[in-house]
Write a protein that binds this ligand. Structure first.
Ligand SMILES: [Zn+2]
Length: 512
């Protein structure tokens, strides 16, 4: 049996129905039950007794011994899963019960199996009873196993943090078919997944939620905020369906560029294009033709060196020899040892450079002109040792600006996380690029010094953990990145910083 975590999550909750077993099955299940009772890697069935309000497990299995063995059979099949080595599966099991001849009803049990590399634990919950001709227990179709898990988090303190899940706000505002998946995500992140230490508190999660049983994903923002009574409340905000209500974060479309003149006529669009994309040849006389032709050029060329030279005066170095010479003349990476693993950008990676630049206004783009961009597998120091960086930005010789991007910049968590909100959604893969370009901007016009004075004067603490590691260097690019990739978050949580970067973005200068 190869069952993955994801597959288990998508299991139809009603698909398991307990039944009487074949002789051979019964023998195997009995053997596994004995093993579970003696082997502490598995453990026997653990009944959540407080939920067994209609019948005790003993009474139930006295009448239906095969049903108990059936549950052991389920345990056995998941215990035998080799990969992944840790997961949680939830099985809703229907048990047909005959109370008197000819009168049948169903009991529903929830079997939760938590597999760790070395052992497996389980919990058995009694969910309810369904009378003949009646629908399943009240609200049961809406109330899935995740609800039971969430209710448990509301009653039992978190093992690491010692707090409880509080109220979840906003679930009533979202489509019914999405709520199970959203609740599941809340469960996962409140718990901390397989690492309870990493449980989210007082933070905002921008996550792409794949909707169970549906063929689409939805952008959601989940805000975890500590509340009275040692509780953590969660606010659910639906941003929109990916690729339908909101664009795919990776799609190339000039309509997504900041300050795109969405309501302008053909003349306004032409004027904007000429300024924003000097390398694009405007074609057509009406808005839709002009836009279509510009998008065609964008999609054809955004993976090329010329695109960045013609539109931004940014120089992407794809040639190893040229990269080495630039590193020697314009960075601290001078020795041959530091040049190992130089390579060219893949087309797709250059697309992320374009997507990063699309978040910036002309006054900021101006400051990025004559920046050279180099691609290397990973950072190597002068002793030939690997360093764990995603990117570097260098300023030397008065006017030489160079960015080096490493493998770590891409595909970190871009498949399930995003940044932004209702005003725009962005791929996580533009994060490092935007941060490094932020360093370059900070080197211009004494901006770094002005910013550091501003945060000092206003007693603003670093807003990310990384900014805190070296605030005088890293606070600026971290805030710069957030202003461009998640302006709504910055505006809500750090309005002073937002205003500072907003002025910079619009005028090229910090506020007076
Ligand atoms: Zn940095």
């Amino acid at each position: 049996v190869e069952i993955s975590f994801e597959k288990a999550f998508h299991l139809n909750p009603f698909e398991a129905e307990a039944h009487s077993l074949e002789k051979k099955e019964r023998r195997k299940a009995r053997r596994f039950k004995r093993k579970a009772e003696s082997d502490n890697r598995i453990g026997p069935l653990e009944f959540k007794r407080s939920t067994f309000n209609l019948i005790t497990p003993e009474k139930l299995f006295e009448q239906y011994p095969d049903y108990e063995l059936y549950l052991y059979q389920e345990l056995k099949s998941f215990f035998e899963v080799k990969s992944p080595s840790s997961f949680t599966v939830n099985r809703v099991v229907k048990l047909p019960i005959t109370h008197e001849p000819g009168v049948a009803s169903n009991y529903y049990l929830l079997l939760v199996m938590k597999r760790e590399p070395e052992y497996m634990t389980n919990e058995v919950w009694f969910l309810g009873r369904q009378e003949p001709g009646e629908p399943p227990p009240q609200g049961f179709d809406k109330k899935g196993y995740t609800d039971f898990q969430l209710e448990n988090l509301q009653k039992t303190p978190h093992p690491e943090k010692g707090d409880l899940l509080g109220t979840i706000n906003g679930l009533d505002q979202i489509p019914q078919e999405e709520s199970g998946s959203v609740k599941y995500i809340i469960y996962q992140y409140f718990q901390g997944g397989s690492n309870p230490k990493a449980a989210l508190r007082d933070s905002e999660l921008d996550i792409i939620v794949p909707v169970a049983h549906q063929n689409y994903s939805v952008y959601y923002t989940l805000v975890f905020h500590p509340a009275a009574g040692n509780k953590v409340n969660v606010t659910v905000r639906r941003i929109g369906k990916k690729g339908v209500e909101m664009p795919d974060t990776e799609s190339l479309d000039i309509g997504r560029v900041i300050d795109f003149p969405a309501t302008g006529d053909a003349a306004a669009l032409k004027a904007w294009l000429k300024k924003r994309y000097p390398g694009v040849a405007t074609q057509g006389e009406d808005v839709s033709t002009i836009k279509m032709s510009a998008n065609l050029q964008l999609r054809q060329k955004a993976g090329t060196v010329d695109w960045f030279k013609d539109n931004y005066k940014i120089y992407v170095i794809q040639d190893e020899k040229a990269a080495k010479s630039r590193l020697k003349s314009a960075t601290s990476k001078k020795s041959a040892a530091t040049h190992a693993g130089l390579k060219s950008f893949a087309e797709n990676e250059l697309k992320f450079l374009e997507l990063s630049l699309q978040t910036m206004r002309p006054a900021v783009l101006k400051k990025l002109e004559y920046t050279y961009v180099i691609r290397q597998t990973e950072s190597i120091n002068s002793k030939g040792e690997k360093e764990n960086w995603a990117g570097h930005a260098f300023h030397s010789g008065g006017s030489k600006y160079t960015v080096v991007i490493y493998d770590g910049a891409f595909k970190t968590s871009a498949d399930f996380l995003f940044s932004g909100g209702g005003q725009g959604v962005h791929s996580m893969d533009i994060g490092t690029l935007t941060h490094e370009l932020g360093h370059i901007v900070s080197y211009k016009s004494g901006l770094l010094k002005k910013f550091n004075k501003f945060v000092k004067d206003n007693n603003i603490d670093p807003i990310t953990a990384y900014a805190g590691t070296k605030p005088e260097m890293e606070f600026f690019p971290e805030a710069f990145e957030l202003y461009h990739t998640d302006p709504e978050w910055l505006q809500t949580n750090h309005p002073l910083l937002f205003n500072w970067f907003d002025a910079l973005s619009k005028t090229g200068k910090p506020p007076k």
